[in-house]
Ligand binder design. Sequence first.
Ligand code: NDP
Ligand code: GDR
Length: 362
Amino acid sequence: MASENNGSRSSNVQTPRKVALVTGITGQDGSYLTELLLSKGYEVHGLIRRSSNFNTQRINHIYIDPHNANKALMKLHYADLSDASSLRRWLDVIKPDEVYNLAAQSHVAVSFEIPDYTADVVATGALRLLEAVRSHTADSGRAVRYYQAGSSEMFGATPPPQSETTPFHPRSPYAASKVAAHWYTVNYREAYGLFACNGILFNHESPRRGENFVTRKITRALGRIKVGLQRKLFLGNLQASRDWGFAGDYVEAMWLMLQQEKADDYVVATEESHTVEEFLEVSFGYLGLDWKEHVEIDERYFRPAEVDNLKGDASKAKEVLGWKPKVGFEKLVKMMVDEDLEIAKREKLLVDAGHMDAQQQP
Ligand code: NDP
Ligand code: GDR
């Protein structure tokens, strides 16, 4: 009898669904992280900013209209990292257990063009969100865990391998702003006891990568070259080295950081580095093409200050989080080429049917 009671009691006990708040949910990482959190049973609230066109392409496949289903577990709300009041309001309404701050003006070269805006969103935006979390927890007595999307760009000119103890030497307004956001996060942890973690993530890519980052720019153009829609690809510095991983692997590390007993900072990387030229060799070679016949250097893509060599040391994440990357460099390149070749084939059909201009660039 006792065991029957115990059994029925435990089967009736339901752990409450965890609630996550994700800024930057419409971005590459936001989409993978949301998929991961939904698969773990979370309710996910994403903050999106207003734009003149819909900007939810990366999450449309997981969106369920709440008018059609009251069990929709991903919900979207308008807010902006430049608007402190919107951040505090949504925290009070949503009452999340975990906050992932992924929103950013994330393009390094563009940050030289719009430095003031970049600093406002990347640095002060993180501070606004931390302050909103702090004041929300102080007023409500709730515990909220916070993840800050830090970057290997913070290491900048400091030679590899780069770990949590490597000094920062940022080389762009974007990188300097991420350094500020990193220290704001450490400060809120030390000053207020907030459970706040910095993930220092090295470059991570995917078929959902923005089309003006170098890997996706290459695979997108390569697909179009292969089907005959384009001949040339204009690039900048081919000698820069990056530690490129797969975004799907990296969002797992973000989640793991917030499941630990103690808040801390972690480098997340594959520990392998390749030049842009090597990316060209592998991607073009995979489709049987010679990149040298198609690539031209355009100085417009050189940056006022470059980051030459990034290669992470992810020992701490491996030891403490038990994290390791599943997708290596070649597999990542092939995954991106395969997907972009399919997109190019569909574009070719539209061009041949007269529905699209062949010159139309993504
Ligand atoms: P993306 O550029 O793909 O996504 C950025 C997201 O931020 C988008 O959802 C964008 O919205 C949103 N956003 C931009 N400005 C604002 C704003 N003012 N208010 C609210 N939201 C805003 O970046 P990734 O997904 O690649 O990267 C995620 C985070 O990780 C970023 O902070 C990035 O700096 C950082 N990071 C990325 C790395 C990488 O290799 N991918 C490596 C290390 C760090 P919208 O869709 O409307 O533009
Ligand atoms: P990065 O990524 O600056 O490392 O920042 P990006 O892909 O833009 O550049 C990588 C390297 O390629 C060189 N490069 C070019 N880059 C672009 N975008 N376009 C070109 O035509 C081109 N030609 C050569 C660049 O000079 C650079 O050396 C990314 C972003 O996701 C950041 O938000 C993130 O913090 C870091 O990765 C880690």
